[in-house]
Design a protein around this ligand. Sequence first.
Ligand SMILES: *Cc1c(COP(=O)(O)O)cnc(C)c1O
Length: 341
Amino acid sequence: MSKNVSIDWSKLGFDYMKTDLRYVSIWKDGKWDDGKLVEDNKVTISEASPALHYGQQCFEGLKAYRTKNGDIQLFRPDQNAQRLNRSCRRILMPEIPVEKFIDACMQVVKANADYVPPYGTGATLYLRPFVIGIGDNIGVKPAPEYLFSVFCLPVGPYFKGGMAPVNFTIADMDRAAPQGTGAAKVGGNYAGSLLPHENAAKKGFADCIYLDPATHTKIEEVGAANFFGITKGGAFVTPKSDSILPSITKYSLMYLAEHYLKLKVEERDCPIDALDQFSEAGACGTAAVITPIGGIDVGGKLHVFYSETEVGPVTKKLYDTLVGIQFGDVEAPEGWIYTVK
Ligand SMILES: *Cc1c(COP(=O)(O)O)cnc(C)c1O
């Protein structure tokens, strides 16, 4: 059904574009229907849907990559399926069987294959799966019905013209509570992040760094990405906390740091007053891939890691290894790559 599309791949950013088909499945009377591909990109739901009033909704983000030989592959979609289900459990929504989730992603990529950017452009096809509580409801209680959908759009490389470090400041608000929903990819977390992001941007920073909500002494997240630092002794360090969103990119980098780069890996506290232990720092996630952190503004003073303009050697190596695997140029650990057939 897909036609050849004319897109200037080099001009893509991270903006919505309607592609040909999206997958939709409905949960009703205790079960999911078979799901189908539809052309309409509008979702028509009851005005009383809990997703609209009480934030009963969650989402995922993953990418499809075109390899050198023209194949299309997904990076660890099973991990996204499992995380979606953890989010669903946290806000009392029905889970999606992992095979159903992966099949939905595969169907959407195949149906929109013409939108998967060519190898070598650095651009990818971004997939956005989501689950929302729908149906007639007014009280604060779980929805009577649910919608699971996956749509996709081509996106450009995060950095045009190569990786470049950016600066961050400390958030003036929290994104999560100690036993709240920080570890779930639920919409409410992101509505709450819009204002602190804007405050950081107004001061000239790329985004804000969230500290732990209980003591405000330890780094948790970098905007909507996870934090990592490379110590002067050459260890890959990333914070451990129940209110961090567990980034699949982060756990992948931990594996690559240990097994491909032979670094020591530590998941532990990263106190904001001990930044000088790190010679490099970065933010990681599906959208950002790896964003090198130039410096962090702490109380009006910029702490610079490697450089404000240049990328550190370990960060660069991690980036090349991860992206090499995603585009099929570097051999992947077993089970990480799903070829779209
Ligand atoms: C999605 C997300 C990430 C990154 O997770 P990936 O699985 O690596 O894409 C990190 N932090 C937050 C808050 C997120 O929403």
